[in-house]
Design a protein around this ligand. Structure first.
Ligand code: SAM
Length: 212
């Protein structure tokens, strides 16, 4: 997916991935990571997700990374917030009410700009990326944050039947990305109601990654 794909999605409001409420797997299983607030939770490819509100409500500071300025603007506007905004190189930083969003290509984000984070929450981020980009993305996350705990939501379905995004991610692939740095445990799996895009059965899974 090149950046233009995602910019076009936001410009035409084709954001079927956006959920109207916090993700149920996050709400039901994030506590199993055993994190104690306050701490900074990094949300890569964050969109304008209500998951960030949920993490804030638990007492965590939220740090997101999002390509689309429209998504960032909508996130803050929908909450009646006017973010403090600065620009540093290729990234804009918008912050208000305990949420900081780096707006631009996540691959431009550096560890120094991100700062220390206690954990990473990845929903519709790894699965949003095509195979060739996923290894670069996972290595970049580890380079940015170190091997911190991660909560990852994936989909699995027959990739031969439909194209992503979202892409199907197997447990073996998760191990290929994070197995050297993390223990990987399944927290919960559930069938996707109506299947993937109404076409084939699919499973949504929540994974707990803890540093080795
Ligand atoms: C499938 S959406 C998921 C959004 C959010 N995590 C959610 O659950 O609603 C993927 C998001 O990643 C953003 N994105 C794609 N490529 C990106 C990149 N290279 N850097 C930062 N954000 C990116 C897109 O603009 C889009 O908002």
């Amino acid at each position: 997916m090149d950046p233009q794909f995602w910019h076009a999605r936001w410009q035409t409001n084709q954001i079927g991935f956006h959920q109207g409420a916090p993700n149920a797997l996050l709400a039901g299983h994030f506590a199993a990571l055993g994190l104690t607030p306050p701490g900074r939770v990094f949300v890569p490819l964050c969109g304008k997700s209500h998951d960030m509100d949920w993490l804030r409500a638990q007492g965590f500071e939220v740090v997101g990374a999002e390509l689309s300025p429209l998504a960032a603007a909508q996130f803050f506007a929908e909450r009646g917030l006017t973010p403090k905004t600065t620009t540093d190189g290729a990234l804009q930083t918008c912050s208000a009410a305990g949420v900081t969003m780096f707006v631009g290509d996540i691959f431009e984000l550096t560890p120094a700009t991100l700062g220390p984070v206690a954990a990473i929450y990845d929903r519709a981020a790894l699965v949003a990326l095509p195979p060739a980009l996923r290894a670069r993305y996972s290595a970049h996350l580890t380079a940015l944050a170190g091997p911190v705990p991660q909560f990852i939501v994936t989909f699995t379905y027959d990739q031969a039947l439909i194209e992503g995004p979202p892409f199907s991610i197997s447990e073996a692939e998760l191990h290929a990305h994070y197995g050297a740095t993390h223990h990987i445990a399944l927290a919960h799996s559930q069938a996707v109601p109506g299947g993937m895009k109404g076409t084939c059965p699919a499973t949504e899974s929540a994974w707990l990654l803890t540093p080795r």
